[in-house]
Design a protein around this ligand. Structure first.
Ligand code: CU
Ligand code: ZN
Length: 207
């Protein structure tokens, strides 16, 4: 996947060089030749469409299972959008009414009864816990989920700074998404005083 993206970036750079008119026609031809020598034989016409399609294919899911004696179930989907953000869509059932903290935790391991196997908040940048978009926050800090009297809650959010399957520090694959018994106060260290872990799911590549 990364290789494909690099390929597109390279074409983009080459196209820019043409557009700026800094090269003569001869140098332009050279660039075209080198492109044709790559393993991927795609016409320039299809480039933009193909890149958009490739981005849209990058999605991941997590099936939430109950932890710490709860009956919580749910699903989270993560979709890479063309603007570089990741769309998170979360649906849960059988929670207590009110606010519940949601985080990505560092280990894709929900095997422990209390989900402690998922480790702490995913925090590749070594920041303090906090509210996304304000001062310092962990890459895994999300928001509180509001659950109604019927025990159901859902949340949709566009998240900056995440990626899916590119192997970079921002890659959310093989992290765990966790829902807590209590709300996140976005202040207490290291995890917002959010109480026990009532649901856990490992983020895995979709398809
Ligand atoms: Cu958490
Ligand atoms: Zn945190």
């Amino acid at each position: 996947m990364m290789k494909t993206i690099n390929y597109f970036l390279f074409i983009g750079a080459a196209s820019m060089a043409f557009a700026c008119g800094s090269g003569t026609n001869n140098s332009g031809d050279d660039a075209t030749d080198s492109l044709e020598m790559t393993e991927n034989h795609m016409g320039n016409m299809d480039m933009e469409t193909t890149m958009t399609d490739t981005m849209n294919e990058m999605s991941a899911t997590a099936l939430l299972s109950a932890a710490s004696g709860s009956n919580v179930t749910g699903t989270a989907t993560f979709t890479q959008e063309a603007d570089g953000k990741v769309r998170l869509e979360l649906t849960v059932e059988n929670l207590t009414a009110g606010e519940h903290a949601i985080h990505l935790h560092e280990n894709g391991d929900c095997s422990a009864d209390d989900a402690s196997s998922a480790g702490g908040h995913w925090n590749p940048d070594g920041e303090d816990h906090g509210k996304r978009g304000e001062n310092e926050y962990h890459a895994g800090d999300i928001d509180n989920l509001t659950v109604g009297e019927d025990g159901k809650g859902n949340l949709e959010m566009m998240v900056e700074g995440w990626s899916i399957g590119d192997g970079q520090d921002s890659d959310i694959l093989n992290k765990a998404i966790i829902i807590h018994a209590d709300e996140d106060d976005f202040t207490s260290q290291p995890s917002g005083a959010a109480g026990s872990r009532v649901a856990c799911g490992v983020i895995q590549k979709a398809g």
